[in-house]
Write a protein of this length. Structure first.
Length: 473
């Protein structure tokens, strides 16, 4: 069972947005706590998305939070916002050491520190099984693995370097890639020939991120096959579920149509400017289909370092839309008679994404913006008549459309008919008698002996339509 304390890095699930990295906040960071919420986190900032606050109920939302770790399938993504957020989480030196099962087994080290920026509610204990299966290492792996031991060669021909050597090579490769120095990058990659790297070393040294960054530089294109081969070789240490998620991302990326250079250079709106196509990778490479963009990143333990360049073929990866993207698209409706400037739409969309954090409220806003009869919501928000807070304060009757009112009336009528049918279920219904008031033959009756036994009975009749009653001999 897991217990979350201030400073812990966690994954938090937001419906419609998926899993995002965040840090648990303390009571001092939070201040006033919202009633009903006993756990508060601050999401890490992305490329343009700012750091936001979020509150949870430790009992109701226990399934939507778990410890942060970079080898999870949650870290496999093509979304640049999420990749940047994951990098910030990995680089947070003030957070507590990682507590995921894979991090605990491997002894991953993160600098412990205090708390960071101001946030939401105080932290409370949340019990959740944080079970993460780590792949077993083969005999050739475990036989030569030792912290700080000198490099040695196993029977299979692979050897391992010390962590300090991997750190040094990672720095060299990163510097050479930044300078686009083909010779220096080739020399550093040659030093990794035949080198095997464990998952814990990938997370600690970020060597996978450094090698993956080679794929983001078109000037280093001759080295792409070598970098991809190394990443593919190291990726075998990833958990099985992570590899399955990588293959799933690859399959979703295959049918995406190619994006021309002109289309990439001329985005139609600020919303599209954030989604830049990735550098092309030759599809004829023997390693083009072996590792996805996120495989390189997950192998590095920091997801996103190499994703920019490992896309198979001249194809842009499929990117999952965030809440901001969906709101922007709906606010920028071409069907509206009133047009607004892109900067106004962008500002309103950002305010909505920042101030509306409840998942149910977000989903409800998206549904309402898609409703044609509720187009006034868009106009009120973009004109400034409604702020996000004022929108949330509106009663539900304001957003009830005519068609919804008609459906509600129909449901009421059907319910009344069902109640009436249930009441009439035990009645003796007949068409033998005609009502003298409405003329219909929809009646119920019962007989009673009101006179002597040799006299006919008296029938008491009730019309079920107009409720008229009469007697008949």
């Amino acid at each position: 069972m897991a217990t979350y304390v201030p400073g812990d890095r966690v994954w938090v699930y937001i419906e419609g947005d998926g899993w995002w990295p965040a840090r648990v906040l303390s009571d001092e960071e939070m201040g006033t706590r919202t009633p009903g919420f006993d756990l508060a986190v601050q999401f890490y900032a992305g490329v343009e998305q700012p750091a936001t606050l979020y509150e949870l109920n430790s009992h109701a939302d226990a399934a939507n939070i778990c410890f942060f770790e970079t080898s999870s399938e949650k870290a496999v993504t093509g979304n640049p916002e999420l990749e940047a957020s994951i990098r910030c989480a990995c680089a947070d030196a003030e957070a507590n050491p990682l507590k995921s099962a894979s991090a605990i087994v491997g002894g991953a080290r993160v600098a412990a520190g205090g708390s960071g920026a101001a946030g939401s509610a105080g932290a409370a204990a949340v019990n959740r099984a944080a079970v993460k299966r780590v792949r077993d290492m083969g005999d050739d792996d475990t036989g030569t693995y030792g912290g700080g031991a000198a490099a040695s060669r196993s029977a299979s021909g692979y050897h391992h370097l010390r962590s300090d050597e991997l750190h040094e090579l990672s720095s060299k490769i990163s510097s050479a890639v930044a300078a686009a120095d083909l010779t220096a990058v080739r020399a550093a990659l040659c030093q990794l020939d035949g080198v095997d790297v464990y998952l814990t070393e990938l997370e600690d040294t970020k060597i996978g991120v450094a090698v993956g960054s080679v794929l983001s530089q078109p000037a280093l294109k001759p080295l792409w096959p070598l970098a991809r081969a190394m990443i593919s070789f190291w990726a075998r240490h990833l958990p099985a579920e992570t590899l399955a998620a990588i293959r799933s991302v690859q399959q979703r990326q295959l049918p995406v149509p190619a994006i021309s250079a002109a289309a990439a250079a001329e985005p139609s709106s600020p919303h599209n400017k954030r989604q830049q196509p990735l550098p092309a990778v030759p599809s004829r490479s023997p390693f083009a289909s072996s590792v996805s963009p996120s495989a390189a990143t997950a192998a590095g333990g920091a997801v996103g370092g190499a994703a920019a360049g490992a896309c198979s073929g001249d194809v842009a990866p499929t990117q999952r839309k965030t809440f901001y993207d969906n709101v922007y698209q709906l606010l920028d409706s071409p069907l509206s008679t009133t047009r607004y400037d892109d900067t106004v739409i962008d500002e309103v969309a950002r305010k909505l994404a920042t101030e509306i954090t409840d998942r149910d409220e977000r989903q409800m806003l998206l549904l309402r913006l898609r409703e044609e009869e509720l187009s006034f919501i868009r106009d009120h928000l973009l004109s400034g008549e409604w702020t996000p807070k004022k929108y949330l304060d509106q009663p539900n009757e304001v957003f009830t459309t005519k068609s919804e009112k008609a459906r509600q009336e129909q449901r009421i009528q059907e319910k009344m008919k069902a109640i009436e049918a249930a009441d009439n279920a035990m009645l003796n219904i007949t068409s033998l008698f005609k009502c003298g008031r409405c003329g219909k033959r929809h009646c119920t009756f019962y007989e009673q002996q009101t006179r002597s036994a040799d006299e006919p009975t008296t029938k008491y009749i009730t019309c079920l339509d107009c409720k008229n009653t009469w007697t008949q001999e």
